[in-house]
Design a protein around this ligand. Sequence first.
Ligand code: BES
Ligand code: ZN
Length: 639
Amino acid sequence: MTILKRAVMAAAILLTAACQQGSPGENAANPAAERDAVAPVLDTPDAVDIHSFAKPLIARVTHVALDLTVDFDARRLGGTATLDIQKRPDAREIILDDRGLEIDKIADQSGKPLPFKVGAADPNLGSPIAIGLNGDTSRLVITYKSAPDAGALQWLTPEQTAGKKMPYLFSQGQAIENRSWIPTQDSPGIRQTWEATIRTPPGFTAVMSAPRAEPPMTQGGEGIFKFRMDHGVAPYMIAIAVGDLKFRELGPRSGVWTEPSMLDAAATELSDTEKMISAAEKLFGPYPWGRYDMLVLPPSFPFGGMENPTLTFLTPTFIAGDKSLVSLVAHELAHSWSGNLATNATWSDFWLNEGTTTYAERRIVEELYGSKVATQQVALGVDSMHKEMAGLSSADTRLHIDLKGRHPDDGLTDVAYEKGAAFLRTIENAVGRQRFDAFLRGWFQRHSFQPVTSAMFLADVRQYLIEGDKALETKLQLDRWVNEPGIPSNMLKPDPQAFAAVDQAVAAFGRGGAPDTKSWNGWTSDERLRFLNKLPRKLAAGRLDSLEKAFGLNGIRNMEVRFAWLDLAIANRYQPAVPSLEQFLTMQGRRKFVRPLIEALAKDQQWGRPIAARIYAKARAGYHPITTRDLDKLGLGAG
Ligand code: BES
Ligand code: ZN
């Protein structure tokens, strides 16, 4: 029997179970939702998620209903999680994922207590919760609280917000953080529909990664917000933010949430959103989630963006004033197909989420801003990939990565993003754009709301593109791309002329020439980035002085360009950049910017380490747990 047939049969068995239960609150009235809810849990060895304790083929969660109160003083979310489950007739227990939850009790659908045991904690994964089941158990009601140091949540004081008046809470679920505030099976292959009731203190607004189920209400001074997601989603896609939030419409199905003082700047920067959605639909098929809204967070948000369905989360540092960083939005939007529709079944296949999205992001950029911009972004990406790969173990340069005994974040490298994107560009180049586009649309359609693996991707490429063509099979080197280290010989190289003028300016500066201010002023941010990244890594203080004076690098607003400059400055112990560095590291907490700079400083025992210790002591309180987790290991004394 084929994998697919078995998966469909497993789903059919579980589907029958769901129909027999027919309990209220399930999606009986909504056939599409019911189909999504029982999307198959794959049963091939490569689809077993080593980062979850769940055993979904024995008993699985299909629906999560949260009723949580937001307690800013205690820094806790507390209340109940009601889980609908499906199980094999012989199942005696169900296993959930947990990280530091305080569980009061667990009962079944009729309120009868169920025995449970929280197992020993693994440093990467947290703990399993094993719950004893009876023959008729169809629902679990878990009464619990999150811990004040829950890894997914950041509780900001009023001073850490733009408005300075009200506290703020937000979550980041990917990859395995959500188990610190939601007791469920936290595995991307176990899709679940969900709903939530969120109770806040007066004056706050709660938003989540799902449509509102009802208009917000106030009851006894408490704000009540209800959400419902009728598509089965991976649990990492459940997200929340609570604060002083306002909304501005951008288009018929898009808008932006943020703190009031940020609204104008955010809306202006995001004014191309509706055009991006249309471009993406033309490329990948109809937008499947209804609305596409965005939330612009406070600067401690640890990522550039996070593709929470219907509500992308964005760092405020993408607001450069000139839309020069909106490829970030193209990226998160593209995840609506690659990642959120067709989702990596395990973190070993993270490249299916990020590589496909990076490819798709540049296609959207090409539609909106032209092929020159897109070609340049491809070239920047490939450069960054080569740089990062030089520092990785050979095994970690495979697309399908072995994460045994490790945290999924170990796979968060340019291999997944850029090698993955290069793989798709290579296939596109071999079969032609038209055929490849049709294939990609088909891939998303065939695997809508379902988990996917590398093996499934290769099977689809063979079935729909290669179609037995032996020469094409040899040419593509599919297995080398996915399962072997390094870059296969057939990679489609980026256009060497993408930055011809910039590269000439780099060479001229390298020969001792003065910085070319006129050119710099005419360059895009991508061109400036290329210039800084291609400069010799070792430069005399006088040369750095001349660059700083000519281009005002210490005060540059575009955060990517600023980062590239500070990186160069640290490599040269360039003291005049230290105040700029300190400001950069204390004004935002995006891990991609913060971690490499602090690590580089910390490595430089004599000059850098004292600077790192001083700045980290000051900055740490403003960083998200995801950012501090790695930095604390540097032993700078602030953890
Ligand atoms: N999904 C990722 C962010 C992520 C990945 C969070 C893995 C946690 C674990 C998101 O789509 C992303 O890739 N963000 C990038 C921006 C992008 C333009 C490359 C980021 O945050 O830098
Ligand atoms: Zn991404």
